[in-house]
Design a protein around this ligand. Structure first.
Ligand SMILES: NC(=O)c1ccc[n+]([C@@H]2O[C@H](COP(=O)([O-])OP(=O)(O)OC[C@H]3O[C@@H](n4cnc5c(N)ncnc54)[C@H](OP(=O)(O)O)[C@@H]3O)[C@@H](O)[C@H]2O)c1
Length: 293
């Protein structure tokens, strides 16, 4: 059977790209997975060559500069990947009439809200990472291409490095861990986001311009609650101490509150999103090599 769409994924060796590979097994589309070695999104030539070669209908951009603290000292690298590369990609998508699915972050917000952020709430990033991601969003909108921007938060999975894997690693050897309790948001299991992205890819045909959506799992927690749940589910004997952000200094300032309102994406695509604790169980079972029913 002829594939319905050709879908090119950039940055596919990262967490989200790996989750898309894992989730898409039964799809009717032809997927091309690229990472830096095959398609450098910061190079116009490399982007153009890949588009000429594969002639995609959809590009999913999972590539980004994601080291939030290092970005404070490597602003030009963060800018190159999170802003310039997004400009290159979205301009190419406009010229070649390719639908672009791009991923952004809750760190575009300053965290001073008192209720879940809607897509239309004003952005005001506190960090270089958040600022460069916001600039990338704006360049994509200016490009004139058709596509979606999905803002997500606290991404984790069985792949790469993330908070869940860090806590699992340290909690096996340490009696206690300090984790901040005054930053509140919602974890996102990369496989759930991958499912959402695949649903959008299947239903993108009548979408015009660039639409921004929020996506995280359901529910709300602090990093402390998240860590506490990780050790409980993994049955590890490690005490989690709640501490304030002021006691855990990082190079990048992080927003205190970034719960995302997901009404828009749930309504437009008729999707159900699991609660973060349910998805966390699945991820820990996957990391431990078990199946979760
Ligand atoms: N991680 C989070 O907590 C989080 C939270 C909110 C939003 N997001 C957003 O979600 C998206 C996916 O994040 P992730 O955690 O899956 O990222 P990730 O694991 O860091 O993966 C990014 C991938 O992009 C690749 N890459 C780097 N430079 C590239 C280039 N010039 N051309 C092509 N590929 C390149 C990286 O390769 P190397 O590893 O070799 O550099 C890596 O495989 C990003 O847009 C991120 O901003 C992430």
């Amino acid at each position: 059977m002829k594939p319905r769409f050709t879908i090119l994924v950039c940055g596919s060796n990262g967490q989200l790209g790996s989750a898309i590979k894992a989730e898409n097994k039964n799809t009717a589309h032809h997927f091309i997975y690229t990472d830096l070695a095959e398609m450098d999104i910061s190079s116009e030539d490399s982007v153009e060559e890949n588009i000429e070669k594969h002639k995609p209908n959809i590009i999913i951009n999972c590539a980004a500069y994601t080291a939030v603290d290092v970005a404070e000292e490597e602003q030009s690298m963060a800018e190159l990947l999170n802003t310039t590369a997004v400009t290159i990609l979205s301009d190419a998508c406009y010229r070649h009439k390719i639908f672009m699915i791009h991923i952004s972050t809750d760190y575009v917000f300053d965290g001073r809200n008192f209720k879940p952020y809607e897509e239309c709430d004003p952005a005001n990033p506190l960090s270089v990472y958040g600022y460069t991601k916001l600039q990338g969003e704006q360049q994509m909108i200016l490009s004139g291409c058709n596509g979606v921007i999905i803002r997500t938060s606290w991404l984790y999975s069985a792949y790469g490095n993330n908070f869940v894997k860090t806590i699992l690693k340290h909690a096996q050897h340490k009696e206690s861990l300090n984790v901040v309790f005054d930053q509140v948001g919602t974890p996102t299991y990369a496989n759930d986001l991958a499912d959402g992205i695949l649903t959008i890819a299947n239903n993108h045909l009548n979408m015009e311009h660039v639409v921004t959506y929020n996506f995280s799992n359901e529910g709300v927690c602090s990093w402390y609650d998240f860590a506490q749940s990780i050790v409980e589910i993994a049955e590890l004997n490690c005490h989690i101490n709640p501490i304030k952000s002021a006691e855990y200094l990082t190079l990048a300032q992080r927003p205190y509150y970034t719960v995302l309102d997901k009404t828009q994406i749930k309504t437009d695509f008729n999707i159900e999103i699991p609660h973060w604790r349910e998805s966390l169980k699945k991820c820990i079972f996957e990391i431990n090599g078990n199946q979760y029913i």
